[in-house]
Design a protein around this ligand. Structure first.
Ligand SMILES: [Zn+2]
Length: 392
């Protein structure tokens, strides 16, 4: 079948949820491989169904099928006008009962647990993206922004937060979603998630204030130098005088450094890096940089640091697109990718489209998520072993 990227006909969406959507795997993922059946109960997990009506799309909240069979019935059979499926938190009570029992309390207060999730949307990079920015999609010229965000965030999550169950998903349109399924993240409050965001997004201001970079970020950024150089050239960020001025605008780089770089006349990241290194090594010139010892890294991060949708990460009751669901405007399935696949990803070529997701392709994608979330390595602790743990 030919790949048609655009509004997906209703019957194709319905057929996908009837015949292809991996219900069993998604139950496995959302219940964390059965590690704590009560805690991760599917019957307490909110889903939001977007239903097409004659006028507009309507969001039906507080849906919570109890198992794979009920779920298939809900998406595949019952809902002929289903457009989109989102997933939210696990509540203390069945979601359908929440409104009746919350008595004015915030929805977040009714949340029992939730994975840590992140949303990177290339729409948030308008100041550095001069390719397909006006359209609702992305292209190979701007995708390096998504890859860089993933590399930097992944490094920080693993090295600084010691997370091990980190999975990346193509959002289906122009970005990436990240799911962190480590049990220790499940109980983080909205406040703690908010502080975590401040830490992640605070790297640039720490450097601006003369601080040292987070080691994991600095290491990961070094692997992105070549990609950043290509990105800068492709989008003419340094060569074009107007873009250069706009780019350097809020960086407040030391004036002597910028003068030396511009006088050298080579508007590349490599020349910027070598001027920075030379200045740091020169007794006579070191003072020009004052406390800014990492200006090259600051420049890279201005463009490549992850720009995250705060609400998605901070608010536990916020929805995110259900993995393996279809984006109704592109027909692309929200599919797991390894970081290496993210690096070489070309949406039209590599994204799983609803018209071509055969069983083999689905199995490959499921295996990627299983590996990332360590789902095949779930060990069920038997009662006696658990007693021993409790005794200590
Ligand atoms: Zn683009």
């Amino acid at each position: 079948m030919t790949l048609v990227i655009g509004e997906v006909p209703q019957e194709i969406l319905s057929a996908y949820y009837r015949e292809r959507f991996p219900y069993d795997f998604m139950v496995h993922m959302l219940t964390h491989g059965g590690v704590d059946p009560e805690g991760w109960s599917l019957a307490h997990r909110e889903q939001g169904l977007c239903i097409a009506t004659n006028f507009d799309d309507l969001m039906r909240r507080y849906q919570a099928p109890a198992d794979a069979a009920e779920w298939r019935q809900l998406l595949g059979t019952n809902t002929r006008r289903l457009r989109k499926v989102d997933v939210g938190a696990v509540y203390y009570a069945p979601p359908a009962a929440i409104e009746a029992i919350r008595e004015g309390r915030k929805l977040a207060d009714m949340v029992a647990r939730r994975e840590l999730v992140f949303d990177v949307d290339l729409n948030d990079y308008r100041d550095v993206r001069f390719c397909c920015g006006s359209t609702a999609t992305c292209c190979t010229a701007c995708w390096p922004l998504a890859h860089a965000a993933a590399v930097l965030l992944d490094a920080l999550l693993r090295a600084d937060l010691q997370c091990t169950k980190v999975a990346w998903f193509f959002s289906g349109r122009r970005g990436l979603h990240c799911w962190v399924c480590d049990e220790k993240c499940a109980l983080l409050t909205d406040e703690r998630r908010s502080r975590l965001l401040l830490f992640i997004e605070g790297e640039r201001s720490r450097l601006l204030a003369g601080g040292e970079p987070t080691a994991s970020v600095e290491r990961a950024a070094r692997t992105l130098h070549a990609s950043f150089e290509r990105f800068v050239a492709q989008h003419r960020l340094f060569v074009d005088a107007t873009r250069r001025a706009a780019f350097l605008g809020d960086l407040a780089l030391p004036a002597a450094f910028v003068r030396t770089w511009e006088a050298a006349g080579e508007f590349t990241f490599a020349s910027m890096t070598s001027i920075c290194t030379a200045m740091l090594e020169s007794r006579a010139e070191r003072h020009h940089l004052a406390r800014r010892r990492h200006v090259a890294l600051e420049v890279l991060l201005k463009c490549f640091a992850p720009r995250l949708d705060a609400g998605v990460t901070r608010d536990r009751a916020h929805f995110i697109k259900l993995p393996f669901s279809v984006h109704p405007k592109t027909g692309f399935v929200c599919t797991p990718l390894t970081l290496d696949e993210v690096r070489t990803f070309v949406p039209e070529r590599d994204a799983l489209h609803v018209t071509r997701c055969d069983a083999a392709r689905m199995a490959t994608r499921i295996a990627v998520a299983e590996r990332a979330l360590l789902l095949d390595a779930v060990v069920v602790v038997d009662a006696s072993a658990e007693d021993e743990l409790n005794d200590e």
